[in-house]
Ligand binder design. Structure first.
Ligand code: SF4
Length: 501
């Protein structure tokens, strides 16, 4: 009997940017009596279900974007006589769907770290439960990853999680509902030990794969003081103190290490925090900017963000403290107008945003937006390729629309075409080269250009293109660029490196 862990994807690039952490965490949570699990990340290569034997256990982790491919794999695995277990955000939200369409024997809802051993034992005994409600485990119980199972030369960045959950409540995001609004922080020692192990193996670029690296803002502290709520204040201060402790420990790691994380814009008003990030060499952060207008921010319940020139200055503050911003923008919001696209591209440049992604508003399950949209659409009864549009992730890729919500003034095609134009503008060679000045050496600049082009091929062209020929051309191009890119990120292993005390 073998345990397989599969990360589904309908597109493979041979090399990937970031390690899908859950694969290596569940590998660590697999009891040793079942041997080392076999890991398959389909963003590298497609999984060959013919290797499965009756009695094997196959864990498939799905989010909404890869659920359809995941279900296909579940059916193939079951045909081969394996026990099929689904987990991940989408299976947590739609456990019955994983049974119906993915032919699951069992579904795990919530954090799989602690329950996975029991699930395997039940499958082997032939008594899997239909549903394991694993809930949210505390930060101290988060499992470390089995990095010894990483395939060599396949990933540019490794990923380590330091906190789960986010106290905000953005309307397009499901994190605060699935991972909860109370931040669950992992112990600093556990995080640092894992990072040291990765550096020993030759990874110097590490993504801190957190929902929100800045879970307590200055505004939260001020509010607790105003409300004269000492226990809340102590709790928030303790969370914040642990963030600083983590960053101090990161600062003691080898100087060639670089970290990247995900953070809310409020961190820019907290210069003590930004300075700690600088010392820790957290040099990049994905910041959810979403919209450059106050109306757009209202559309997505993101009143804590700024708009217009205040936004430019806040984003620049990150750069002034050595943190490069990957700005994330959403197009297709009800308040967007044709001129919003150019204004967004111009603002991104003016604010010194180093990388950017421009996504089209999509109602994802588990979000406030989805509930509203699903209610409205259910009355219309629209189907595509025989699938109700309210289950859009089940529509075959080639028929999937790019825009789901009717817009008050723009057609779906116009939103798609204008979004593509903004990607083209932001990632033109001239624009990339001028942004590449943020790094000093020629080698770093070359890496910057390559990674910018790769990012665009992987995320823009494959996600927005309307025809499958263009999508596969982009995937081929991404495969070509990915290999040399990876080499630029690799470092000499440091097998003797010790965990700093
Ligand atoms: S979008 Fe970011 S800030 Fe908003 S709820 Fe999700 S994780 Fe939190």
């Amino acid at each position: 009997m073998r345990v397989y862990l599969v990360n589904p994807s309908h597109l493979s690039f041979g090399v990937a940017v970031i390690t899908p952490r859950w694969l290596f965490v569940l590998a660590a949570a697999t009891p040793s009596q079942w041997g080392d699990p076999i890991i398959c990340d389909e963003t590298l290569e497609l999984f060959d279900a013919n290797v499965l034997m009756p009695g094997d256990v196959v864990g498939i982790g799905i989010h909404t974007g890869n659920a359809l491919r995941g279900y296909e794999l579940g059916r193939l695995a079951r045909q081969r006589g394996a026990s099929v277990v689904f987990g991940g955000i989408h299976a947590t939200l739609y456990p019955d769907e994983a049974h119906e369409l993915g032919e699951a024997h069992a579904v795990v809802k919530g954090d799989g770290d602690a329950v996975w051993g029991r699930v395997i034992a039940d499958c082997v005994a032939g008594t899997p439960e239909r549903l394991y409600d694993a809930g949210r485990i505390p930060g101290e119980a988060f499992a470390s990853a089995r990095w010894d199972l990483l395939p060599p030369d396949k990933y540019m960045w490794a990923s380590v999680q330091t906190v789960r959950g986010c106290p905000k409540h953005c309307s397009f995001c499901s994190v605060w509902r699935t991972d909860g609004q109370s931040p669950r922080q992992r112990g600093v020692d556990a995080v640092v030990s894992e990072i040291v192990e990765l550096r020993r193996r030759g990874f110097r670029f590490i993504a801190l794969a957190d929902d929100n690296f800045y879970p307590v803002s200055l505004g939260d502290l001020a509010q607790a003081k105003r409300r004269q709520d000492p226990s809340r204040l102590r709790q928030l201060e303790a969370i914040r103190a642990q963030r600083f402790e983590l960053m101090e420990r990161l600062a003691d790691l080898p100087d060639d290490m670089v970290f990247f994380t995900q953070i809310t814009m409020e961190a820019a008003e907290d210069t003590r925090f930004l300075e700690a990030m600088r010392r820790a060499r957290i040099k990049g952060a994905l910041v959810g900017i979403e919209s450059v207008t106050p109306e757009g921010l209202k559309d997505v319940y993101k009143g804590f963000n700024l708009a217009g020139e205040a936004l430019v200055s806040r984003l620049r503050t990150f750069g002034e403290h050595g943190v490069y911003v990957l700005g994330s923008f959403i197009f297709g919001l009800p308040s967007d107008r044709p001129e919003t696209f150019d204004a967004t591209a111009a603002l991104a440049t003016r604010a010194g945003v180093t990388f950017a992604q421009f996504v089209m508003l999509t109602p994802f399950p588990g979000t406030v937006d989805f509930e509203r949209w699903e209610r409205d659409e259910a009355q219309q009864g629209v189907s595509i390729a025989g699938v109700p549009i309210t289950r859009h992730w089940l529509i075959p890729q080639e028929h999937r629309p790019k825009v789901y919500s009717p817009h008050p003034v723009m057609s779906a095609d116009e939103i798609r075409a204008r979004t593509q134009e903004v990607w083209d503008q932001f990632y033109s060679l001239g624009a990339i080269w001028s942004r590449a000045r943020v790094v000093r050496t020629w080698k770093s600049r070359l890496a910057f250009v390559l990674i910018s082009k790769l990012y665009r091929q992987m995320y823009a062209n494959t996600g927005i293109a309307t025809d499958s020929a263009r999508t596969s051309r982009s995937a081929r191009m991404a495969r070509l660029i990915a290999k040399p890119c990876r080499r630029l990120f690799a470092a000499a292993p440091m097998p003797e490196l010790q965990v700093p005390s």
